[in-house]
Design a protein around this ligand. Structure first.
Ligand SMILES: *Cc1c(COP(=O)(O)O)cnc(C)c1O
Length: 385
């Protein structure tokens, strides 16, 4: 129930990777035949990733994951366009790979606007347009939110960005393989992907860089990735990521339909628990995301008790759950601080069954009741008789 944190590498993907660690282990930059196999495998994966988002293969750059892609897009544009302006527009609900990078860029003298969102976590394209100044060099808005699953109006924001001649980056890490992506139709200039969020291997990612986009390198060194991203290619990882993404996209429509039905069954089951509220947009949300808050109790306690029942779930974002910080996403949606702490994120996967969903609903209902019985905040009518 935590597929937004990571997914298992598909068996056929792992099997396709093995030959590139053993037999075909050549360095793609070398000149002999063994290297040619690796080079061709990387090129084939580039074609697969490009096809999945409507890009040309030469516009795809392989990275070490979503975090690197986000860092590279923001820092790369910021430093390449420094002489043109110093203003970046983003939202208050981005992944930390974006928001912490923006905070660092502010320390380097850039100015960042963090746009507010509505109660569903949605940013208004008109607010994006209104925030543009002659100094604006980049807009970065995530395609789908990793905590609450809300799908942003990316095509509308792309239109605004293009109209004003401002570069547009989107973190599509949670969206890829779940909803259709077309960088041309959506007027996207830069787009981040991460392999392990769509049943590919961990430590793999890609950045799409559209035609004519000037971008400083993040990694300096050799001439790999056409001189823009140094470092010997992670050939097995790249092979796995390419295959995982093309499989995810090929199966997307069928999978989304099945998972959406499970999601709705799960949400209905949880919302039947008294004083439980759905976070994120009721319709414009990822097919696999359910995020709810339960009044009067703490998300961390829910997780610990669910773990004992063999259920892996998340509260707030996985990256901040060790710090017990209140979710910046739920706060931005206007939820009060005490309520934010009672949030639970459940994210389904292609292997999730109806029986899993029913087991989880029953387990959560039991856990919530137990914690409410223990909480001094719980009103009498919600306590067990
Ligand atoms: C997981 C995630 C990232 C980070 O990707 P990694 O490959 O784990 O570095 C970035 N953005 C979003 C929205 C994510 O969900």
């Amino acid at each position: 129930m935590d597929h937004a944190a990571t997914t298992a590498t598909r068996v056929e993907v792992a099997e396709a990777m093995v030959p590139y660690m053993t037999g075909h282990f050549g360095n793609p930059s070398s000149l002999y035949d063994l290297a040619k196999d690796s080079r061709e495998a990387v090129d084939a994966a580039r074609v697969q990733v490009a096809a999945a988002i409507g890009a040309a293969p030469k516009e795809i750059y392989f990275t070490s994951g979503g975090t690197e892609s986000d860092n590279w897009a923001l820092k790369g544009v910021a430093f390449a366009k420094r002489s043109k302006g110093n203003h970046i527009i983003t939202t208050a609900v981005e992944h930390h790979a974006i928001s912490h990078t923006c905070a660092w860029l502010e320390k380097q003298g850039f100015s960042v606007t963090y746009l507010p969102v509505d109660r569903y976590g949605m940013v208004d394209p008109e607010a994006v347009e209104a925030a543009i100044t002659p100094e604006t060099i980049l807009i970065s808005v995530m395609m789908a939110n990793n905590e609450i699953g809300t799908i942003m109006p990316i095509a509308e924001i792309g239109t605004v960005a293009r109209k004003h001649g401002v570069l547009f980056h989107t973190d599509a890490v949670q969206a890829a393989g779940h909803i259709p992506i077309d960088v041309q139709e959506m007027n996207i200039d830069l787009l981040s992907l991460s392999g392990h969020k769509f049943h590919g291997p961990k430590g793999t990612g890609a950045l799409y860089v559209g035609p004519g986009v000037r971008l400083d390198p993040l990694m300096h060194g050799g001439a790999q990735e056409r001189g823009r991203r140094a470092g010997t290619e992670n050939v097995p990882g790249i092979v796995g990521m390419g295959m995982a993404l093309s499989l995810a996209v090929a199966e997307m429509v069928e999978n989304a339909e099945r998972v959406t039905a499970l999601r709705d069954r799960l949400a209905a089951g949880l919302l039947a628990i008294p004083e439980t509220y759905l976070n994120g947009h009721p319709q414009k949300r990822l097919p696999n995301n359910v995020n709810v808050v339960f009044a009067y109790i703490e998300g961390e306690s829910i997780l610990l008790l669910l773990n004992r029942k063999g259920i892996a779930a998340s509260t707030g974002s996985a990256c901040s759950s060790a710090s017990l910080e209140a979710s910046h996403v739920l706060m931005a949606c206007g939820l009060p601080h005490d309520v934010v702490h009672g949030s639970l994120r459940l994210t389904l996967g292609e292997e999730t069954t109806e029986a899993d969903v029913d087991y989880v609903v029953a387990a959560v209902a039991g856990v919530v009741q137990r914690l409410r019985d223990m909480s001094p905040l719980t009103p009498t009518e919600l306590r067990s008789k």
